[in-house]
Ligand binder design. Structure first.
Ligand code: ASP
Ligand code: MG
Length: 401
């Protein structure tokens, strides 16, 4: 079969590690597969290049940044290809342009418009191992672009989708996706399979194994993704469409997001346009609102609570301060955490939410806000209880079994 493999920065962090990657690629090839490899820059390299640019300017031209940053991935691609050839295999390194990756012209955060796979296809048909420099492309008129930090995942998924590879394996330094952060709960278990939608929830909630955009793209292009550890032979986690998952667990994982802040707008008029006004102003400032809760009004007044990323709290305060007097009673709390229970099976099961609330009650943890979607229950709590909440929920849903 045709497999796209992507190796992240730590997996290619030293010359020995690149040799180790070459060995893995060769094994995949020897198993009778055709292989396209996408590589990241050696770990720390992209940051180093960013720092170099900042030595000269606080606001370097993004067009030049992309010439600079795309070089890190080229180094690894070339070295891996050379290592493969030395072992007697046909290999060729390609830049984003040579791989036919056409993007828009938003430098440093370009989006892939299309991939002309004809050259890669020809090489693969020729039994050649194709090594592509990740994280980069080219605009219609020939400028080099990069895809945003962590963008090599996106390169791999986009190529797998365009060339209709059977599998896209993303190699990192962890075994896969876990039921929760193993640093918080050592009993966390690696998941064998998880659906795209669950992965998106788990990732955006802090389980940062894969770049979110790449999971969204995998879902759109129907790419079977596997995250694996490049330092062992463990099986990894398959991220696939829900229909492929036979036994749908009710709860797949517990995610924690400590980087949220709560904003409460107290005693505003309960009339049309009040919420619209707040959230329009926040949207104009590109502030990313997450949970929103409004209760039924009493005596013509109501409260509106919402959360924003902690890093955007100061800007939120400025926006709120500019609103009219009818919004002057505002409270802020940065010491909150959002704990979420994620699972596709909860669509068809009852009692999942009540178990979460029971668990919090038994530990005497107060729930400040609650929100739900089809596959997720999120609770905002005082952040000092976040680890305790994660561990007790993990146990309550028997995720350690
Ligand atoms: N080297 C780039 C970064 O560090 C892209 C990647 O590794 O995926 O963001
Ligand atoms: Mg990465």
């Amino acid at each position: 079969m045709l497999i796209v493999q992507k190796y992240g920065g730590t997996s290619v962090g030293t010359l020995e590690r690149i040799a180790n990657v070459a060995q893995r690629v060769i094994e995949t090839k020897n198993d009778g597969n055709k292989v396209i490899v996408v590589v990241s820059a050696m770990s720390g390299e992209t940051n180093k290049l960013v720092d170099f640019a900042h030595h000269f300017s606080k606001t370097p031209a993004t067009r030049d940044m992309d010439i600079l940053l795309s070089s890190g991935e080229r180094v690894t691609a070339a070295l891996l290809s050379i290592a493969l050839q030395e072992k007697g295999y046909k290999a060729v390194a390609l830049t984003g342009r040579q791989a036919g990756i056409i993007t828009d012209n938003s430098f440093t955060k370009a989006r892939i418009d299309r991939i002309d796979t004809s050259y890669m296809q020809k090489l693969v048909d020729d039994d050649c191992i194709v090594v592509v420099a990740g994280f980069q492309g080219i605009t219609e008129d020939g400028s080099v672009t990069t895809l945003g930090r962590g963008g090599s995942d996106l390169t791999a998924v986009a190529i797998a989708g365009a060339i209709e590879a059977e599998l896209c394996e993303i190699f990192t330094d962890v075994d896969g996706v876990y039921t929760t952060d193993p640093r918080i709960e050592p009993k966390a278990k690696k998941l064998d399979m998880v659906s795209y939608d669950e992965m998106l929830e788990l990732a955006s909630l802090g389980a940062k194994v894969l770049q979110n955009r790449s999971v969204e793209l995998a879902k759109k292009l129907n790419v079977n993704l596997v995250t694996r550890n490049s330092f062992n032979n463990n099986q990894g986690t398959l991220i696939t469409k829900e229909e492929n998952i036979m036994e749908k667990p009710i709860v797949s994982g517990i995610a924690l997001d400590k980087n949220q802040a709560r904003v409460s707008v107290i005693n505003v008029d309960d009339k049309p346009g009040i919420a619209a006004n707040i959230f329009r102003k926040l949207a104009e400032e590109n502030i990313n609102v997450d949970m929103i809760v409004q209760t039924v009004g009493h005596d013509g007044k109501t409260d509106i609570d919402f959360t924003v990323p902690e890093s955007e709290l100061e800007r939120t305060k400025i926006v709120m301060g500019k609103l009219s007097d009818s919004y002057k009673n505002v409270e802020y709390d940065a010491s909150i955490a959002k704990v979420s229970i994620v699972g596709v099976g909860m669509k068809s099961h009852s009692g999942v939410a009540s178990k979460a609330f029971d668990t919090m009650a038994k530990e005497n943890i107060n729930i400040v806000m609650i929100s739900t979607s089809e596959i997720k229950i999120s609770m905002v709590i005082d952040s000092k209880y976040s680890e305790l909440a994660v561990r007790t929920l993990h146990e309550a849903y028997e995720l350690d079994k």
